[in-house]
Ligand binder design. Structure first.
Ligand code: M6R
Length: 603
């Protein structure tokens, strides 16, 4: 939901900003821009372009812009359509202050009216431009002081970067609600929405908390609260290699991330065991209700998690879209826990729903991938997936890692609550250790799945069916296909078909059936027969050696055998691959699908 980058130091800021923007492009890609304080005349120079970062790069090609201080922005439009005028950075009327912003200024109408009455002319339709004019209006010879005053006038969620010709040796960064980190270099410093944007230059970071304002020069960083009091911050060191943010020989990040899953599942298994949070599992002993809240793919992981947690830990679980949970009359007491699942840890719906529940007395747990993200800091307890950055907008490797973590969570809670035996725990744990090699086997079917994708790529609708613990996988398969190929798809519990949706079936409808050899096999088989009887084209994801399913299916993608309850971690892999291939065969931009952003920091 918009990406911010800023640089101060000895290098020319322009290539640093463009490189950072490329790394942040997954956050928004409808327009982009940079602002630098020109080394020659000390003025702020702004260049913006509608489209992707490559369009901005082409626009700047051959231009000799030099500056040691600058800001960059890649936009996902909220207020105002994607135009050059609405693209960031925005500049104040007198040209002395340039700003970039990620988030929404909720009271911008009121501020705009106030500024217009004072004679400020607005060039864009954005909520952001008010910040630039407010800075000019309030400037008192001290940029930090002025930024603090302006921040107090802003309502909503925002991360803001500010530079000024008046004090061209500083960047000011303000964070409230949207993510912002400071990269610490040698005689240079950076601001960015996300760590990979500056991983090329540093592995040391300060993660800003809500309500913090940083004063950044090339050799110093000071952090203040909104009252202007200094805050001591402990830098974070990451060990990631810069290659985590590169495609490493794959055509797309999504493809790379699908193929990383044997490693990321293994790392998540190892990471969970080595950082087991005893306090969390002690707390779970006394819990009698768990709400899981999440959005999109993370929500589907939560739906699978419910089966495991109820089975092994015997805690009643409700799973809700975070955007719905926030506004319902939930029941919370001291025995209620709320688990927020979010890859980014920045999704506004999930964060704010969790914070509301926390205020009402719930114990809160965050399951996140991004270390240091807002949700990880706002939850009472944190669980991590160990995937490294996920750049493709479609979540893949983080989904399977969320599943693994939820299963381990359920097993550990079960042991503590004495609702499973050690033998059962060990049996499932042992089976889990074999999952990475089984995923590896499925990934070898890439060409086969591509051929199937080719057969069905021109369908206008798809149906995905599953039962019980594989029903959320049907939902996830449909979401993957929709978001990257723009083909209409729906996921359904197979037993529910006869209550209405079966009317949709005809010879043109591909129906993907998730039918592993588990205890629901026969029931699922009957449901697939019903589809076949109505001439639907069945593509089955089935367990190897299942010859019977061939009778009903046009195509079968076989997966290795595992324990019944582990199948979701395997059945989802062919669905990710099928969507990927259909979308790329159709020529779609799978890493940056239209209208989407990786991290949704607005409600
Ligand atoms: O970062 P989060 O896990 O909170 O993101 C939630 C959803 O926005 C996300 O899963 C989205 O649905 C993905 N594009 C799915 O592939």
């Amino acid at each position: 939901m918009c990406g911010i980058i800023g640089y101060i130091g000895k290098r020319n800021a322009v290539p640093v900003l463009l490189y950072g923007l490329q790394r942040l492009e997954y956050r928004g890609y409808d327009s982009a821009g940079i602002a630098v304080v020109d080394n020659e005349n000390g003025k702020i120079l702004i260049e913006k372009q509608v489209g992707k970062i490559k369009d901005l790069q082409e626009h700047l090609w051959g231009r000799n812009i030099n500056g040691h201080l600058g800001l960059g922005h890649t936009r996902w439009a909220t207020h105002g359509s994607p135009t050059v005028e609405n693209a960031h950075p925005h500049i104040s009327q007198g040209g002395k202050f340039a700003i970039v912003h990620n988030g929404i200024i909720e009271n911008y109408m009121e501020l705009k009216k106030y500024l217009q009455e004072k004679g400020y002319k607005f060039k864009s339709e954005t909520d952001t431009e008010v910040i630039a004019h407010l800075l000019e209006d309030e400037y008192n010879g001290n940029l930090l002081d002025t930024a603090l005053k302006v921040a107090k006038k802003l309502e909503g969620a925002y991360a803001v970067g500010i530079i000024s010709t008046e004090e061209p040796d500083k960047i000011i960064a303000i964070k409230k609600g949207s993510p912002l980190i400071i990269g610490l270099g040698k005689e240079e410093n950076f601001i960015a929405s996300d760590i990979p944007a500056v991983l090329e230059y540093t592995k040391d970071f300060i993660v800003l908390e809500d309500g913090e304002v940083a004063l950044i020069t090339e050799d110093n960083v000071e952090v203040y609260n909104l009252e202007g009091q200094k805050v001591q911050k402990k830098p974070l060191h990451v060990t990631w290699d810069v290659s985590v943010a590169e495609k490493g020989g794959y055509k797309h990040f999504m493809q790379k991330e699908i193929h990383e899953q044997p490693r990321t599942i293994g790392d998540t298994l190892a990471g969970f065991s080595s950082s087991k949070n005893e306090e969390l599992f002690d707390m779970l002993k006394d819990i009698n209700r768990l709400y899981i809240i999440a959005c999109g793919t993370s929500f589907h992981a939560g739906l699978v998690g419910k089966f495991w947690i109820e089975k092994f830990a015997r805690i009643p679980v409700e799973v809700d879209y975070a955007s719905e949970y926030r506004y319902r009359d939930r029941i919370i007491d001291e025995k209620t826990a709320v688990l927020g699942i979010s890859q980014s840890g920045e999704t506004a719906d999930t964060r704010f729903a969790l914070l509301d529940a926390k205020k009402e007395g719930a114990k809160t747990i965050g399951l996140v991938n991004v270390v240091g993200s807002s949700l990880s800091r706002e939850s009472d307890y944190v669980l991590y997936t160990y995937c490294g950055p996920e750049i493709g907008v479609a979540a893949t490797k983080t989904f399977t890692a969320q599943l693994v973590t939820l299963l381990l969570f359920a097993l550990e809670a079960g042991l503590k609550r004495e609702t499973i035996s050690k033998e059962e725990y060990d049996k499932i744990h042992e089976a889990l250790l074999h999952i990475p090699s089984k995923v590896e086997e499925i990934l070898k079917k890439d060409d086969e799945i591509k051929d199937i994708a080719y057969k069905y790529m021109n369908a206008t609708d798809f149906l995905f069916l599953g039962r019980n613990i594989n029903y959320p996988i049907a939902l996830e398969g449909a979401l993957k296909l929709k978001e990257i190929s723009y083909i209409h798809a729906e996921g359904y519990p197979a037993g529910e078909m006869k209550h209405g949706p079966i009317a949709l079936i005809d010879e043109k409808l591909p129906v993907v059936s998730v039918i592993p050899k588990d205890r629901f096999y026969e029931k699922m088989f009957s449901n697939v027969q019903e589809v076949k009887a109505r001439k639907g084209k069945v593509i089955s994801v089935a367990t190897q050696d299942d010859e019977k399913i061939k009778e009903l299916s046009e195509d079968v993608i076989y997966i290795p055998q595992t324990e019944d309850i582990l199948y979701p971690i395997l059945t989802v892999i062919p669905l990710q691959m099928l969507s990927y291939h259909i979308a790329t065969l159709l020529g779609k931009d799978v890493d940056q699908p239209r209208n989407l952003a990786k991290t949704v920091t607005v409600e």
